[in-house]
Structures are given as C-alpha cells and as structure tokens.
Write a protein that binds this ligand. Structure first.
Ligand code: HEC
Length: 135
C-alpha cells in the first residue's frame, strides 16, 4: 500500500513538472499584457534611456553610427521606416526588439537575444521613444 502511494506520488511530481514546463513555454512567447484598468501609458524616453543600459542593449548597440555586434542606432527613427514597407517606424522597432529574427539587417547576423519578447509593453514603448531621439 505505501509503495503504491510512493509510486503515485513520484508519477504526480513528474506530471506536475511536465505541466509546469509546458505552461511556462506557452506563456513565454506572448508579450505580457497590460492591465486595462491602468491609465494609458505615456512613453517615457528617459526611462527608455535607462532601460537601454539596464537591459544590455548598449553592449551590442552604440547610440551613434559605430558598429558593435549590432548596428549603431543613430537615425533609427528614420531608417526604421525603410526596413519593411508593411510596418510603421514604431512597429518595426517593436518587432526588432521582440522578434529580431523576423527581419535581419543586411550585413549583420541574427545574434540579438530573443528574451526581449517578454519585456513589458510599457518598457518597449519607452525604448522606442528613446531610440527615436537618437540622431
Ligand atoms: C547580443 C547583442 C545584442 C543585444 C544585447 C541587443 N541587440 Fe539589437 N541587434 C543585434 C544585432 C546583431 C542586430 C542586427 C541583426 C538583426 O536585425 O536582428 C540587431 C538589430 C536591432 C535593431 C534593428 C536595427 C536596424 O537598423 O534596423 C534594433 C532597433 C535593435 N537591435 C534594438 C535593440 C534593443 C532596444 C536592445 C535591448 C532591449 C537590443 N537591440 C539588444 C544585437 C543585439
């Protein structure tokens, strides 16, 4: 009786872990949603500048024209509009952050981490506002 109980408990733990892994994977691909009860978010370029460093964007991107692992982001507000005719400037920059493999800038490799897919929408909006200030 107690051996059966022990085996069931092990099966239960394994099944629980499997469900957890599946659940985490599923959620991982969706950007976190914003609580609709909150007032609309006003993009904050100053916070975007802070995030650009704290999220390590600056490890791969200069804010001028210098190339590091990724392209320098000066003028991205204008060049973004030329990347994909189907996307607005903001949509292109958001896609570049959340799903970098969707459009790979010519002359560069698809090396940008995919983890930014999970950034809160407010943070992405702040990053976009900041990047558009780079001349
Ligand atoms: C490990 C290096 C790395 C990190 C970290 C990184 N990127 Fe990138 N990024 C790249 C590379 C390489 C490309 C060019 C290939 C491509 O288009 O995916 C790129 C492309 C881009 C582009 C498109 C540029 C253009 O000219 O069209 C944007 C915008 C961008 N990254 C923003 C960001 C932001 C914002 C962050 C931080 C949240 C970030 N990146 C973090 C490597 C990185």
């Amino acid at each position: 009786m107690s051996r059966l109980f022990r085996r069931n408990r092990i099966v239960g733990i394994i099944a629980g872990l499997a469900i957890l892994v599946i659940a985490c994977n599923g959620v991982g691909d969706l950007p976190p949603t914003r609580d609709p009860a909150l007032p609309p978010h006003i993009p904050d370029a100053a916070n975007g500048e802070r995030l650009f460093v704290s999220e390590s964007c600056s490890a791969c991107h200069s804010t001028g024209s210098r190339r590091i692992t990724g392209p320098g982001l000066a003028g991205i507000g204008a060049s973004a509009a030329t990347r994909d005719a189907a996307l607005t400037t903001d949509q292109y920059i958001e896609q570049a952050i959340r799903n970098p493999g969707a459009f790979v800038v010519g002359g560069f490799n698809n090396l940008m981490p995919r983890a930014y897919a999970n950034l809160p929408q407010d943070d992405v909006d702040d990053l976009i506002a900041y990047l558009k200030t780079l001349q």
